[in-house]
Every structure is written in C-alpha cells, then in structure tokens.
Design a protein around this ligand. Sequence first.
Ligand code: EPZ
Length: 429
Amino acid sequence: MTKYVIEGGYKLSGEVTISGAKNAAVAIIPAALLVDGTCRIENIPEIRDVTLMLDLLRDIGADVRLINRNCVEINASKIRTTRADYDMARMIRASYYLIGALLGRFGSAQVALPGGCNLGDRPIDQHTKAFKLLGANVDVQNGYVFAESVGRLTAAPIYFDVVSVGATMNAMLAAVLADGTTVIENAAKEPHIVDLANFLNSMGANVSGAGTDVIKVRGVKKIEGGTYAIIPDQIEAGTYMAAVTACGGEVLIKNIIPKHLDCITAKLVEMGAEITEYDDSVLVKRTGELQKTNIKTLPYPGFPTDMQPQATVILSVANGMSLVTEGVWDSRYRYVEELRRMGARIQVDGKTAVVEGVEGLCGAPVKACDLRAGAALVIAGLAASGTTEVEDISHIERGYEHIVEKLTAIGAHIYRAEVPDDAALSKAQ
Ligand code: EPZ
C-alpha cells in the first residue's frame, strides 16, 4: 500500500504548471474511434483514468501509440470487436463514452455499466435515452449495456431531463456520423464539452453551439485524422488555487484558461485570497485571515461540484459559519468524517453542510474515499499542524498528474511512503 505523508503548516510559494484536463481527455480519447485515419492528441495528462482508457481502446484493437507521456496517436481502422473488456470498463466512469463512439461509428457497442467515484446514485438513463432517440436499440443485460443500430443512426431532437456532462458528450459522439442534424437541448456547458466539440470539428465534424444549452450536430459521412491539444484542467487548477488559499503564500498557476476559473476565483476571493489574472496564468496570494462564505454547487458556469470538498476544507478553518450546498450529487460529503478526525466541525444534513470554522486542523491518519475527497484531504494535511497520512491514494492518482512532485516544488512537505498491507503483514508474522 502507498500513502502520502504530509507535514503541515508550511506556506506555499513558487510556480505550478497545470496539466491537460482529465474530463476532456477521457472523452476525446474514445472520440478517436470515430476518426477515419490517425489522430494525434496532445496535452493528455499522465493519470490512471487516461491510462485505463487507452488500454480499453488497445484491447478492442485500436492502434494506440504513446509518442511521449503527454501525447498519443490513435488509429481505429483495425478494431476487432465492439465489446469492451468488462472489468476494465467498470473501473472508470468515462468508459460510457465508448458506447456513443462505437455505436456512432460501427453501429454496435457492448460496454459494462460504468464505475467511477461513489457520489450516490449515478444513473445513465439520459445517455440511453439519447441513443434510443437516434434510432438504436439499447438494453442492459448481465452488467453490460448493449446498443445496436441497423445502419447509420438517424438524427433527432434530444431534450435532456437533467443537465448531464456525460449524456451531452455521449449524444454528441453518437450524432457526429448520424444522418441529418441532431439538436441537443438542455445540454451541459462545461469547458470539456466545448473541448470535445473543438476536437471533433478539427477532425471534420460539424458541431455548433457547444458551451450553450443548445448544441447542433450536423451529421457527416466521415471524419478524418488530425492533431489536437486538450485544454488545461480547470479542476486541477482550482485545487492548487484552493491549496494556496488554505495554506497561505503566493503561487503562480500556469498554463490555464482564466475564464474557466471565474466561478472558483470569485469564491476564493470571498474567502480571503487575492487573485490576479494574466493571459494564461493566475497569481494566487493569501496573507490575511480566511473568511466564511456560502457555496452552492451547480452545473457550469456555477461553482463546480468537483471543487466542493476542497472549498469545504478552506471554510473549515475560516472565521465564522459557512453553508455548503451540494446541487449536483446525492452523496458527496463522505470525506467529512475524515476531516472531523483532523478537528473540523462540520454537520451534514442531506445536501447541506454547516461548516463552523475552527482555529486550525491537526494532522491525523485519514482515507481518501474518492478523487476530489482525496485532494481535499491533501489540502487539509498541508494546512494542518503536525503529520497527516492519507491512505487510498489510488483515487487521487486517477486524476492528478504528479501531484506530489508539483506540491513539493511549491514548498509543500509531502512524500509517498510504501507500507506493507495487512495481508503481507499477517503473512510475515
Ligand atoms: C462528470 O460526471 C464528471 N466525470 C464528474 O467528475 C463531475 O462531477 C460531473 O460530470 C458533474 O460536473 C467525468 O467527466 C468523467 P453528470 P457525469 O452526468 O458525466 C444526473 C471528478 O471528480 N444524471 O453531469 O457522470 C446525475 O445523477 C468526477 O472528476 C441522471 O440523472 O455527471 C447527477 O445528479 C466525479 N441521469 C447529474 O445528473 C443520467 O443519465 C449530473 O451528472 C446522467 C446524469
């Protein structure tokens, strides 16, 4: 077992460079299955979810070549099956994008119901509704989603009942090669939706309106190869901004699109951070005391749910009482129990957390229960007095490229420690 050991209480200073966006990469890589020819994808983050997605493509016969650790070339001309490996697919949420891409290109997909972070109920009814509207037969059997069409999919109006990132992207993937113009209404507007549209258009697709709540996909007969670079990760950037706000200090966060961070910047400023925006970087500084504020998570451009745990850590040591309301997921407060071990005073009632700021947190052994919860516990450890040990870090390494190295470079005292797991210990005894 590997854990992070953190000696807290140090201010952060220096520069950190943000990697490519996880949630864009895990959609754009399967989108390469729609491409007739080779496509080169640059700025992919070196994280476990991306590695798994590339393995899933390799496993069905795609030619996947890593040019370097952040660049890959994919050619899907020799796909041997449209059935994805069950165990691999259920390890990540984003495996559901294989359904849209395989169905759109080959008229058939068999993919396990997806896994991913445990955030409460995570249905995919809006995905399957979109595929059915485009003319596919969709069924769930033995843990697999089976989707099939006779010939090309046919364009249709799709109105989503909830704003869903995954369903919006999956509908786009399925509609790219469909016959006619698909209109997706009540679409999600996250930066990674726009990135997927830009990727598809750069390969010859005709997608307009991404970033608004109505997206039009004019079906084309084929899309061809090209080169595309993924946008910087909004949530990784927000996580480092939150770390500086929690710990104090001054850090330049580079390789970002400041506009994507507006919703995060506004709240961190309310909490006491000073943030200066440049063309592709932000300088985050915090010298004064932290202040309470209220937060409600919402689909973009609202405050992102994927920043809720990190923001709650800051509020747990701010002056006064804050209210945090989770507006996207049913259950995203499982990390609160771990934060309480560090002295946080937080009461959760359904989707609301009442956070009573304390003077300071103190280090403790804690467990990451999901990706952003893990990032939040790392921030808590950096801001706390004493030593924090974060276990179950595989969750964190699913989504943060070289987090230990990046934090160390800005003055954090954090290292990875190998510890024998219980099974190995009892064998040795
Ligand atoms: C994406 O998940 C992200 N994952 C999540 O990031 C992120 O929290 C979420 O979007 C919201 O921004 C990836 O991109 C791989 P949704 P997704 O469909 O697409 C309901 C992280 O930490 N819903 O936008 O699965 C659903 O229950 C991860 O990086 C339906 O009811 O989220 C939720 O309440 C965690 N039916 C809401 O919509 C559906 O068919 C939003 O979910 C689909 C969703």
